[in-house]
Design a protein around this ligand. Structure first.
Ligand SMILES: [Zn+2]
Length: 456
């Protein structure tokens, strides 16, 4: 009797602990498997990658186990004390695979826990059958990677294994893309100006450096129009790596005066950020104005910056609020689930009709953050404003591994939402498809050149 009471008490406590009131009736048995199978079967719009050309990878010194560990894993190796030049040696061809392993091993033993490294291990296991790293398996893994790249591995992974219909590259080089590839345009170099030398790098197609403020603005417009004519699907703003995301609107006269001061800085003596900030802010406003004119959405890096030693406070998405207010016609998507500003990004996307959330890269940063906040965002933000996947990787293997995590996390969250009666099964399936496919398709105005038989 006591045992029965205890079981009843525990189940009531467990139910209350979810904080949910049952809105939908209890699901039919087997819903967990059905949601998982459905989520796994969905085609994907991958909103953000930096994929390297597979032909270049094939010829590069990266074609060993370090291919899986060269991107993002390096942030944690260096965070755990690996000297940056040791990491560089791991990417070159002066060391054998065994010698690379001997350098890598002590730092691997300190960092194997992080999600960046778990993504790489998942890729090693699922794609190459290697589940432990040691002196023997790194040779085998390297051999299997080299063999894979002899065939059309790139498309095998993206198409057959990932089921990616569209992939948005944050990269100007279109030469190796397939028909599902789309591109974004970066114009950060027009914002990150602090010296005459910076301005001299802005030459554009004509090869002519701007010498007046009007020439600078004309050059920006010409570059923007060129990108539009090349079919870019968005503008990408990545300046949270170099400065804070608060942009005042100083007005043209002040910006013009500062441009002339910046143009005449002596070599090697840039203006300080505080001095040049109004010019940079003006340029950002000009870019957003062009996005409004040409009806292009704007992707913004928010939250954790890749690499080491960055300023987290620069990338707080709430710094952008005045932009969202000033440009209601421009659609902004905030990247990386704003990690670690998950509550802030939810508040912004809930408040502003023109603000969206993208979970690109955040599964690789932290699966549990992704899961926790996806739960919360599905309670706070209209489902049509959440984009569920972008890998943010250089190599397709890690995209595949991160997508496995994404599909699992999305189906876990939806399953939990069904079991607490928040959604029914049909609603959960609708949301899975919105997150992985439809929302990004609509946001970026993507048109399928080869529609699938089911019309997707
Ligand atoms: Zn990126």
């Amino acid at each position: 009797m006591k045992l029965i009471l205890l079981i009843i008490l525990l189940s009531v406590t467990a139910f209350l602990a979810t904080g949910q009131v049952e809105i939908k009736p209890s699901p039919l048995p087997g819903f967990e498997q059905r949601i998982r199978a459905y989520t796994d079967s969905l085609p994907v719009v991958d909103t953000h990658e930096h994929l390297m050309d597979p032909k270049k990878i094939r010829r590069s010194t990266l074609l060993d186990f370090m291919l899986l560990f060269h991107h993002f894993a390096d942030d944690d190796l260096i965070s755990a004390g690996m000297p940056p030049n040791t990491f560089q040696a791991l990417l070159g061809d002066s060391l054998s695979v065994k010698e690379k392993w001997l350098l890598f091993k002590p730092y691997w033993e300190k960092t194997f826990n992080t999600s960046f490294n778990r993504v790489s291990m998942l890729a090693a296991r699922k794609l190459f059958g290697i589940s432990e790293l040691n002196g023997y398996t790194v040779e085998l893994l390297s051999k299997r990677i080299r063999e894979a790249y002899q065939a059309d591995w790139f498309n095998t992974v993206l198409k057959e294994k990932c089921n990616i219909s569209f992939l948005i590259q944050d990269f100007d080089d279109n030469s190796f893309g397939n028909e599902g590839f789309r591109h974004v345009k970066r114009l950060d170099h027009f914002i990150n100006i602090a010296s005459g030398e910076d301005i001299a790098t802005l030459t554009g197609a004509s090869g002519k450096k701007p010498t007046t403020f009007d020439e600078l603005l004309n050059l920006l417009r010409a570059d923007f129009q060129q990108a539009v004519s090349e079919g870019v699907v968005a503008i990408k703003i990545g300046v949270a790596y170099t400065r804070p995301l608060n942009f005042e609107n100083p007005g043209r006269d002040k910006a013009k005066k500062l441009f002339l001061e910046t143009l005449s800085t002596p070599p090697g003596q840039p203006l300080s950020f505080q001095e040049v900030k109004p010019l940079q802010d003006f340029m950002l406003h000009r870019i957003i104005g062009l996005a409004r004119e040409f009806n292009l959405p704007v992707q913004i890096h928010t939250g954790l910056q890749a690499g080491n030693g960055n300023k987290a406070e620069n990338a707080n998405p709430t710094l952008l609020t005045n932009l969202f207010q000033s440009y209601p016609q421009v659609k902004f998507v905030l990247f990386h689930g704003g990690y670690p500003f998950g509550g802030e990004i939810a508040t912004l996307a809930k408040n502003f009709p023109n603000v969206y959330i993208d979970l690109c890269w955040v599964y690789a940063i932290s699966p549990s953050y992704s899961q926790r906040y996806l739960h919360e965002w599905l309670e706070t933000v209209p489902a049509c404003k959440i984009m569920g996947f972008g890998g943010d990787y250089h190599n397709v293997e890690n995209v595949y591994a991160e997508l496995l995590m994404a599909r699992q996390i999305i189906s876990t969250v939806l399953t939990e939402k069904i079991s607490t009666g928040y959604f029914n099964e049909a609603e959960a399936k609708l949301i899975a498809r919105m997150l992985l496919y439809e929302n990004a398709l609509n946001f970026y105005n993507l048109v399928s050149e080869n529609p699938k038989p089911d019309g997707s």
